[in-house]
Design a protein around this ligand. Structure first.
Ligand SMILES: Nc1ncnc2c1ncn2[C@@H]1O[C@H](COP(=O)(O)OP(=O)(O)OP(=O)(O)O)[C@@H](O)[C@H]1O
Length: 240
């Protein structure tokens, strides 16, 4: 299949009188890494939720893999190949890391041995090798974020939505997480990621899309976006 993997056309979402997203248009090319950034309350999570089928758009169109999927449900998005992580980590604390990954692998691999074998492969890609046998509850926040990413990956997504997997990490942890995201991308998974911290995703993403008060105010390669006066203004003149 040719064409972009994800196409977002004039997508809007209104909560009462508030437009969380307003006529947002952009696309994610196959194999790309696109960063979605913007100040608090800009509408990043709402946009993610619409792509993942957790929130119905008020207007606009969503096309995934060449198919109009506007208003789809979360289970339809998951089946079609959209994997996501959550800001609030949702791992099963009493299960081991491998068991958590295996549970996620069952989405596409109903045979337990197959799911377990695949879970081990995912553990390697997601850098979870050293902790596979530990209970998820015993992990530090940084490892839990990796596990969240691993769980999403174990569902074998075409598009992986990463919600702030780099924030709250020490500089070393963030550098390691960036490498993991790159490795995941190299396995052929297209990535759309939300982040607050510009400097961390600048070198990672091919394209950035900037939202402000629900609207797209800039997009393009990171160096273009970082120098865009509209973006500098939105971040209140802070250095990016
Ligand atoms: N379910 C909801 N009902 C009402 N308002 C909502 C709902 N979800 C989000 N909003 C509002 O929509 C706007 C966009 O929120 P959203 O969480 O998408 O922004 P964000 O860019 O992800 O923010 P943050 O960076 O703080 O996570 C905010 O003003 C928020 O209060």
């Amino acid at each position: 299949m040719s064409g972009p993997l994800l196409k977002i056309d004039d997508l809007s979402c209104r909560f009462g009188g508030l437009w969380a997203n307003r006529e947002v248009t952009f696309q994610v090319e196959r194999g790309g890494i696109v960063g979605l950034i913007g100040p608090n309350g800009a509408g990043k999570s709402t946009l993610f939720s619409m792509v993942a089928g957790a929130q119905r758009p008020t207007a606009g169109r969503l096309t995934f893999d060449g198919r109009d999927v506007t208003g789809w449900a979360a289970h339809e998005a998951a089946r079609a190949g959209v994997g996501r992580t959550f800001q609030l980590m949702r791992v099963f604390g009493s299960m081991t890391v491998l068991e958590n990954l295996t549970t996620a692998a069952f989405v596409r691999r109903p045979r337990p041995r197959d799911a377990r074998r695949y879970a081990r492969q995912v553990a390697d890609v997601a850098g979870l090798g050293p902790v596979v046998d530990l209970p998820a509850a015993s992990l530090t926040a940084a490892w839990k974020k990796r596990l969240e990413m691993g769980r999403a990956l174990a569902t074998e997504p075409k598009l992986l939505l990463l919600d702030e997997v780099l924030s709250g990490l020490t500089p070393t942890e963030a550098r390691e997480a960036v490498e993991i995201v790159r490795d995941v991308n190299r396995t052929g998974v297209t990535i759309l990621m939300v982040e607050h911290v510009m400097e961390v995703i600048m070198p990672l993403c091919d394209q950035l899309v900037v939202l402000h008060y629900g609207q797209k105010i800039s997009e393009g390669p990171p160096e273009h976006v970082a120098n865009d006066p509209a973006v500098v203004e939105a971040y209140l003149g802070r250095a990016l």
